[in-house]
Ligand binder design. Sequence first.
Ligand code: AHR
Length: 514
Amino acid sequence: MKQLSIAAMTLLSAFVFPTESSADSVILKMSEINPETVILPEIYGQFAEHLGACVYGGLWVGPESPIPNTDGYRNDVLQALRDLKVPVMRWPGGCFADEYHWRDGIGAPESRPTQVNNNWGGTIEDNSFGTHEFFNLCELIGCEPYLSGNVGSGSVEELAQWVEYITAADGPMARLRKENGREKPWKLKYLGVGNESWGCGGNFTPEYYADVYRRYQTYCRNFSGNKLYKIASGASDYDYKWTDVVMKKAHSHMNGISLHYYTVSGWVGSKGAATVFTPDDYYWTMGKCLEIEPVIEKHISIMDKYDAKKRVGLLVDEWGTWWDVEPGTNPGHLYQQNTMRDAMVAALSLNVFQRHTDRVKMANIAQVANVLQSMVLTRGDQMVLTPTYYVFKMYIPHQGATPIPLDVVTTVKDVRGDRKIDMLQATASRKDGRITVSLANLDLDNDMEVDVPIEGKARNLEGSIISAKSIDDYNDFGEPEKITLKPFAGAKVAKNAIKLTIPSKSIVTLTFDE
Ligand code: AHR
């Protein structure tokens, strides 16, 4: 039998029936489940910025387009997002948010002013997708809207009136909204006060931003029964000082604070190609991706100093891979392909968020279409679902479930840059008497035998798998289904355990009745 650590052996005898095998194992610590905790569906959030072909072309083609659409939204993408049960969508940026003036995006589309999208390639923005188009999209998909307000180049009055325009039943802003065709106010829960205010959102110091935040949020009111969840612009990566200062000065005025963490090799020079990389690069990426966990933990420990009761949420409202743009595309449009490596990053990141449900109340992958680590890629009337899309689809049963603490016993690999990573990564949850276990075999060369010790009978066992022949495989126009979500029949219920072999570079989800 493979050498297990003493801690793992103790747990095996305490909570499960020991199994005789040489397999790696995932031990469900059922006795440690806290039924109060929940994996908020918002952890599976999306982000749509006016950037490249994310909104224009990706979500919106306009009602006159020959591309099949519903009131201007492309039908294929609408359906794909409905199937994904998207819980929340952040908009209009990103950096674009702090140069966005909402009044430019209301009224008759032909009379809306244009603007230069200074952050993203200098593209001319025609504002044909504005407030009404965004809120109607959220209604069509069935998700919560999350607005990112302009603090960098806007005014308190402008943001206050935007909230009023969207949510008030009466008054001057409500009248304007009604004139523009929307009688009933919308509901708006999530309101971001600025984006990356330490950088593209105004280059503030944390001390100054905290004061500005306190001022802006004062005038963002709850109208007509609407209740805002106010989010301060948070840190990037390892900027713990930002979290410390903003929490110290403003925590009692916020419901949440954001964090941005990209799996990226650096901000200067090449970030590497999305589809061309070595095994060494791949393992480095896994290590960099997993580093989000100690980063989150450090931000949480700072938040705990000022908010021991964990009232304020940490919202990882931008995350994902960031590679060089595809050759021949506009460098300002951040269009990148998406391989099985990206699928692994998605699974590992979601696992981390699910381990920190006491603080992590939302996460928004960047971005929903045609930008960075997308769900969908579009070209003309064609659409491709990415490997990342299939991870989100596979993880749907975790939405709203109770996390199950795990012990994972597996091989550890040294990775360039002093990191060590477990070759088997896992997460598990329980909802309505059904258990879901998601397992990722990161190893590029070896299939992995895995035992999941269980106490019950694991009735109605079902499985699904995302796998690739090669880690750099991806879906493309002309070959859209190289990587898809497939049924997985390779798991068997044996005595006191579910046994399975996970192929190398694959992600498997099992669901069964407890
Ligand atoms: O997602 C792309 C950009 O990354 C966002 O606009 C910005 O907030 C971040 O730097």
